[in-house]
Design a protein around this ligand. Structure first.
Ligand code: SAH
Length: 355
């Protein structure tokens, strides 16, 4: 019998589990607190639960815990990049960043990714598998335990396409903002998507007021198709339509991510077209100097070009910022740390699990 993934269940689901096992409902709250606030890693440590209940849990439930494989700490700004092993040996990465307004964690939603964006390292080896809600929560719990500091912001911008793992990601968002758990405000949660239109509409209906970041990267379909295969499936008109709907439903301003690639999408003409595309939308554009990855020959735009691009947008009254580079000394684009690790592990012939 497959064990119940108890840490992926919401409080009312844990209550139902308790009831079906002849336990009073209040036990659920105790268990939930051990898992999601105190963050213990074994049922045996939950000493206010009866021995017989702990035995039942041990026999029937899995308590998902991530194992820290590696951490790199920036000497410049304290940014930490973590590699974690999932219970089945798959490897993912998460990043912790310290800002004035609080600590932020960038979580992965899948091991690998199948979206195929040309400049992204996470997608090169394809998708290994979806992460469970518990595996997304654990990235934050382990990082809090390691740093000893509370996390107040979460961005789903690690490896994976969150809207390609829809149910688990929505469950994760509900649990991380739940008052019985870490209780991170919905407005401090950001989901970044390459633009899976049907699930953007679905998310708008969930009653979750999380910020949507849309990976735009180009002002027209032709240019976008060169960078992102998903652009062949959903045209910009549909994607922008879904963004408008999301704003109407949630009142949350959309963030557009635009990674600048030298000679590809960083011309004045592209900036003007971009300004036109988002004109009148309640949005914000985040310019990201593309992180070069060794598997592709994309080059970062020069600083002057980036500034000129920004200026053109500003002249058209568009809110725009250039993303501050965090942890420059431990730099590495999304997914690169994991990829390097897998390559090294592969060379040594000790690859883990199904990766
Ligand atoms: N699948 C989600 C999350 C991806 S990572 C999405 O597509 O939005 C978050 C952001 O980083 C995305 O905008 C992604 O396009 C961007 N990104 C990925 N690799 C990058 C690189 N090498 N340089 C700059 N931005 C990159």
């Amino acid at each position: 019998m497959e064990k119940t993934d108890i840490k992926s269940l919401r409080l009312e689901e844990v209550q139902a589990w308790m009831q079906s096992h002849g336990e009073p409902a209040y036990r659920a709250k105790q268990l939930y607190e051990w898992m999601h606030i105190k963050g213990v890693t074994e049922f045996a440590q939950m000493h206010n639960l009866s021995k017989s209940l702990r035995e039942k849990l041990e026999a029937e439930c899995a308590l998902t815990v991530l194992r820290q494989v590696e951490v790199q700490i920036s000497k410049i700004d304290g940014t930490r990049k973590y590699l974690f092993a999932l219970p089945d040996g798959n490897i993912i990465e998460s990043v912790w960043m310290k800002y004035q307004h609080g600590n932020s964690v960038c979580v992965s939603s899948q091991a690998g990714c199948r979206m195929g964006c040309r400049f992204c390292a996470s997608t090169i080896d394809g998708l290994a598998r979806n992460l469970t809600p518990a595996e997304m929560l654990e990235q934050i719990y382990r990082i809090q335990a390691d740093t000893g500091e509370r996390v107040s912001n979460v961005v789903i911008m690690g490896s994976g396409e969150p809207l390609d793992n829809y149910e688990n990601v929505v469950q994760f968002l509900r649990m991380i903002s739940d008052e019985n758990g870490l209780h991170i405000s919905e407005r401090n949660l950001t989901l970044s998507t390459c633009g899976l239109v049907p699930n953007m509409y679905r998310l708008a209906e969930e009653g979750l007021h999380v910020t949507m970041a849309l990976s735009l990267h180009a002002p027209n379909d032709k240019m976008r198709q060169e960078l992102m295969p998903v652009a062949n499936k959903y045209h910009l008109e549909e994607v922008i339509g879904a963004c408008k709907y999301y704003f109407q439903k949630t009142g949350r301003r959309i963030t557009f991510e635009y990674s600048l690639v030298s000679g590809v999408n960083d011309s004045n003409q592209a900036a003007k077209e971009l300004a036109k595309l988002v004109q009148g939308l309640n949005c914000h554009i985040n310019l990201i100097p593309v992180n070069a990855i060794k598997e592709r020959n994309f080059v970062q735009s020069e600083k002057k070009r980036i500034q000129a691009f920004q200026k053109l947008l500003e002249n058209n009254q568009i809110n725009v910022t250039i993303r501050r580079e965090m942890g420059r000394d431990i730099n590495g684009a999304c997914g690169q740390l994991r990829k390097r690790y897998l390559e090294e592990a592969g060379e040594q012939g000790n690859m883990h699990g199904s990766v």
